[in-house]
Ligand binder design. Sequence first.
Ligand code: SER
Length: 337
Amino acid sequence: MTERLVLVTGACGEIGQALVQGLAKQGGYRIITADLSPLPDSIKAIALEHAQGDLVYKIKTFYDYDFDIIFHLAASLSSKAEVSSEDAHRINVEGTMQLLMLAAYRSEKYHKSVKFMFPSSIAAYGMPDLNVKKSAGCVKEDEYNLPHTMYGCNKLYCEKLGIYYSKYYGQKHLDEQPPYMLDFRAIRFPGLISAFTLPSGGTSDYGPEMLHAAAQGKPYACFVREDTKISFMAMPDAIKSLLMLLDVPREKLNHQVYNAAAFALTAGEFRRRALKAFPGAQITFEPNLRRQGIVDSWPEDVDDSLARADWGWQPDYDADAFFDDYFLPEIRKRYGK
Ligand code: SER
């Protein structure tokens, strides 16, 4: 079987590193990576080539490649995007737009639908207040699409751009000839937690930061209230969902944007579980108003029944399995605790 040529942008990020390893493990791909940073050792040997630099300015480079698949992961996350919003817009929207145009061009020119995989986020939602957040519980894809953050606006808009380029670009008459539009697929992820890497610039970061700090015996002041609840997912499940969605035949997909859920926990519950695993852990709560506001605008949980119905999505790790079978064994190996 011919190997598929894949571009992974944001390859040095948390999802990027885990995804590149996941693709290599699965086999059948030639992987080109892109990121602002040089590749970390974890994936250096896997990438065929690495384009280092700002995607918006590097885009011309990629017109020389015959990509079958693009995983566009590069983004400025929610907390960082809020303090540097114009920059975030450029990275999150212009970068995506440039790549969508490239994928649309290649799909049309070579009559081959390039797959465009896009990680969206629970930040695409905006709950008007805490009462509504609490009463809404699990939200569906088309509810509360009123993001409060630059990052959330960027993600929601890029979903729309992806749908535009895959369905309506040039307003082609889809019934006249095979349209060969790009094949855009997105997953709205909850907060992701890896035992191997730490996020930076996100607002769900308090989850992974608290756990990594506890495992290292470092004190941690959590920047949201104890009762703050959002959904989280183990990184291996995030990679599993991306690789699953990648391979679903187009005709089985009734949607282009899917929620994927795993487990919803309060920050207090994270602390309780961290203390159980690491009894000496020092975890306090010192809410930061700005970051608290962001997390308060995200739903408590998401309804992923569309993904379950269309492509058989099911996470391997609920909260117990996340701690017992993934995070704690791996983190103990990592920090020797
Ligand atoms: N984890 C992301 C953030 O906190 C949300 O997608 O910004």
